[in-house]
Ligand binder design. Structure first.
Ligand SMILES: C[S@@+](CC[C@H](N)C(=O)[O-])C[C@H]1O[C@@H](n2cnc3c(N)ncnc32)[C@H](O)[C@@H]1O
Ligand code: SF4
Length: 456
């Protein structure tokens, strides 16, 4: 690694948000009153399609690195009971909308949605088809844990309409897997991919993580060769976010030394170079897709969007989230559900929306969100070209200029008249550059620490 890159990484590796939303979740305030929540749903224009997200916060085992909202259970009963409540929440929502709104995307996230009993997932999808109008070919995506997937389950899920699968793979090496409490031999993953392909699933994503204990760049390189034999259409390559102040179980990972900033950078660059050599198109900061995959096509056609799962081809302006911690995006407002199981159940059973937090976006927030999205998706932005008004361009440029000039002096960006373009040197620090446009961050980013994980 060049010395100059080493110095820059060490200089700038401060905590920065991932910008899956803007404003980011720590800036959400109290949720509005119930009539307001109902009014937001009712105001969704009739001609608009919506996307649905269903959060299923249960897993069979706890991976020591996990930063997701989930709970370990060893039986299906609590999941069934939870999904009974989710169905009530869906009915409540559909009633507030007041019509069978068109749905184009359904995403099951978690936790481990494939841990949910098939009968409950079926009841959920039947209800969605009754309360909403499904598009002709809706995208139905599910996050899946290969360790608890079997052939029958894959066939049932596909029969229910699931047509995209995202498999949690993380790393292929036995010693790393033991260190993270997620033992999952290559053969498990290979078998799952076989079942999914056989059942007709044409879009498979692998979640991979770098920066875990005992990982090295050599192992990452080796892992990418193993990945190549299975050819998933997409790969999400996440940097391990170590946030033990928020997820105490992550302290277990400190039993082995965690890779430092420079090692993390080298791992990320190794994986990236390997994936590109295999024919994947890099999409945004951490996704890769085969050329013919929708995500690569959307990227090429400048239609890429950022959402809570990372990058998406989903073009809908409205996302309705169901379940604990799920976030709805109404374009001009985010509304997040409670994380508390009891609170969630009691509210829904009493006919109330289980929202706990919200963020009503100002015109400036909406403008800055579009700017940050451009940077996160495409690594460059022309403030004057972002819709929302020239006044915001002036103001945003003025507030970002000092930080950007510092980044330009270090070769991270090229600047023009209200234009910013991230250089190849700056690419690994894209989130940092995006943070220059974040009006909620103090210039150093220090006000956010330690809420976010490190920049690299
Ligand atoms: C809900 S899980 C995926 C489905 C399933 N639960 C599984 O793990 O197989 C979402 C993904 O988030 C990523 N993830 C979880 N905790 C993380 C952390 N602390 N840092 C980086 N990525 C993390 C993992 O790659 C994981 O696959
Ligand atoms: S990574 Fe996936 S399987 Fe592991 S604990 Fe987190 S949500 Fe559950």
């Amino acid at each position: 690694m060049e010395e100059i890159m080493r110095d820059l990484l060490l200089k700038y590796d401060a905590p920065v948000p991932r910008y899956t939303s803007y404003p980011t979740a720590p800036h959400f305030k109290d949720a509005p009153a119930q009539p307001d929540l109902a009014a937001r749903l009712h105001a969704i224009p009739e001609e608009k399609s919506v996307s649905l997200y269903i959060h299923i916060p249960f897993c069979r085992h706890l991976c020591s690195y996990c930063g997701c909202h989930t709970k370990v259970v060893n039986e299906e009963k609590p999941i069934s009971a939870y999904l009974d409540v989710v169905r009530e929440e869906i009915k409540l929502t559909a009633r507030a909308i007041g019509r069978r709104q068109r749905v184009s995307h359904i995403h099951f996230g978690g936790g481990t949605p494939n841990f949910a009993p098939t009968k409950d997932l079926e009841a959920l999808l039947v209800l969605i088809a009754k309360e909403f109008t499904l598009a002709e070919q809706p995208v139905v995506a599910m996050e899946m844990d290969p360790r608890i997937l079997h052939k029958d389950k894959v066939q049932s899920l596909v029969k229910l309409g699931v047509n995209r699968a995202s498999l949690g793979v993380q790393d292929f090496h036995a010693d790393v897997q033991q260190a993270i409490n997620r033992v999952q031999p290559y053969e498990f993953v290979q078998q799952c991919v076989g079942w999914l392909r056989e059942a007709g699933v044409r879009s498979i994503n692998f979640d991979m993580i770098y920066g875990l204990p005992l990982q090295t760049s050599e192992k990452i390189h080796d892992g990418m060769k193993m990945l190549q034999t299975l050819k998933p259409e997409r790969v999400a390559l996440f940097g391990y976010a170590h946030v033990p102040w928020f997820k105490e179980h992550q302290k277990k990972l400190e039993a082995h030394p965690l890779p430092g900033t420079l090692e993390r950078f080298d791992m990320a660059e190794t994986a990236r170079a390997d994936l590109i050599a295999q024919g994947y198109v890099p999409v945004g900061i951490d996704h890769f897709a085969l050329t013919e995959d929708d995500l690569a096509v959307a990227y090429k056609e400048h239609r890429l969007r950022r959402n809570f799962q990372g990058y998406t081809t989903d073009m809908e302006d409205y996302l309705i989230g169901f379940g604990q911690t799920a976030i709805s995006d109404y374009g001009n407002a985010y509304v997040q559900n409670t994380a508390m199981n009891r609170d969630y159940r009691e509210k829904v059973e009493n006919g109330a929306f289980p929202a706990i937090k919200a963020c009503i976006l100002s015109a400036e927030d909406i403008y800055r969100r579009a700017v940050i999205s451009e940077v996160m998706c495409y690594g460059s932005v022309d403030l004057a070209a972002v819709s929302g008004g020239a006044d915001w361009a002036e103001k945003t440029w003025a507030s970002a200029q000092k930080a950007l000039q510092g980044y330009a002096a270090d070769g991270l960006v090229n600047l023009g008249d209200k234009k910013t373009e991230i250089t190849e040197t700056g690419r690994p620090l894209t989130r940092l550059v995006a943070s220059a446009f974040d009006a909620y961050l103090k210039p150093s980013g220090a006000a956010e620490a330690p809420r976010h994980a490190q920049a690299v």
